[in-house]
Write a protein that binds this ligand. Structure first.
Ligand code: SF4
Length: 237
C-alpha cells in the first residue's frame, strides 16, 4: 500500500488494513476481473478459520501496526490513480464503518464498487443505492462457531431483499451443503456461490473437485479462489 499513514486510534476517516492491486478478483461472480482491493480493518466475528486475522485479532497483532486511518479523499485518490474499473471493498467487516464507506463509494461513482461482507450488519439505504453489488458471505458453524453472532436474521433478510446481493458460502466438505440449503431456504437467498475452504492451490482444487457434482445438483454456482490457485497464500495478491 502506498498511502501515507495516520493514527489508527484518532480522528475521522476509515480504518484500513491494506490497499492493493491491480490484481484479479479471485472469488465469486466477478472472478477473473482486474480489480483494486481496499481491505478495511476490524471485524465483529472471530472465526477460527479466518485468513485475515490481522484485521481483528489483537492477541496476535498490534492494531497500531496493522491498521491505518485514512480520509475517504486519500483512498479515492489512490483508486483514481489506477486503471481497474472494479474496486472491491473487503475486510474484516467493512459495514462496521458504513457511514464513511457510503462517502467513499459515492466519491468513486465512476468505478464499479463491490462490497464483501459477512452479512451480520444491516446495510443503510444510502449504501444499497451506491454499490454495484454486495458479496455476502454468511459463515457456517464449522468455520465460525455458534449461530448467535454469525447469523443475524434482520441483516440477512435485508441483503436478500435489496436486489444487489450475491451469497457466497465457504465450505469445507460436501456434508456442509445441507446447512447452506437451510439458510438459503429460510432467508430466500438468491444467487448462491459455493467456495472451497483452503489457503493452498492443492486444497482449493481438491475442494472444488469434491463439491462440484453436488453443487451442480443443487442448482448453485461454484467458485475457485483464483488468487490461491495462482499465488498460493501470498499477501496482497
Ligand atoms: S467474518 Fe471474515 S474477516 Fe471476520 S473473522 Fe470471520 S472470516 Fe475473518
Amino acid at each position: 500500500m502506498s498511502l501515507s499513514g495516520g493514527d489508527a486510534g484518532a480522528g475521522k476517516g476509515l480504518l484500513v488494513a491494506e490497499c492493493f492491486g491491480p490484481t484479479f478478483q479471485g472469488e465469486g461472480p466477478s472472478a477473473g476481473q482486474q480489480s483494486l482491493f481496499v481491505r478495511f480493518s476490524r471485524c465483529n466475528l472471530h472465526c477460527p478459520g479466518c485468513d485475515t486475522p490481522q484485521t481483528w485479532d489483537w492477541s496476535r497483532f498490534n492494531p497500531r501496526e496493522v491498521s491505518t486511518r485514512h480520509s475517504i479523499e486519500d483512498l479515492a485518490a489512490w483508486v483514481m490513480a489506477r486503471t481497474p474499473r472494479l474496486v472491491v471493498v473487503t475486510g474484516g467487516e467493512p459495514l462496521l464503518q458504513q457511514s464513511q464507506l457510503v462517502g467513499l463509494v459515492q466519491l468513486l461513482s465512476g468505478r464499479r464498487m463491490e462490497v464483501e461482507t459477512n452479512g451480520t450488519v444491516v446495510p443503510q439505504p444510502e449504501l444499497i443505492e451506491s454499490v454495484a453489488a454486495f458479496n455476502v458471505s454468511p459463515k457456517l458453524e464449522a468455520f465460525a462457531g455458534p449461530r448467535d453472532r454469525r447469523i443475524v436474521p434482520e441483516a440477512l433478510s435485508a441483503f436478500a431483499a435489496c436486489g444487489r446481493a450475491r451469497f457466497k458460502f465457504v465450505v469445507r466438505e460436501a456434508a456442509q451443503l445441507d446447512e447452506v440449503a437451510s439458510l438459503v431456504k429460510r432467508f430466500s437467498l438468491p444467487e448462491v456461490w459455493i467456495m472451497p475452504e483452503g489457503t493452498s492451490s492443492e486444497a482449493v482444487l481438491g475442494g472444488m473437485r469434491g463439491l462440484a457434482d453436488e453443487v451442480l445438483e443443487r442448482g448453485w454456482n461454484l467458485t475457485p479462489r483464483l488468487h490461491t490457485l495462482l499465488w498460493e497464500d501470498e499477501r496482497g495478491r
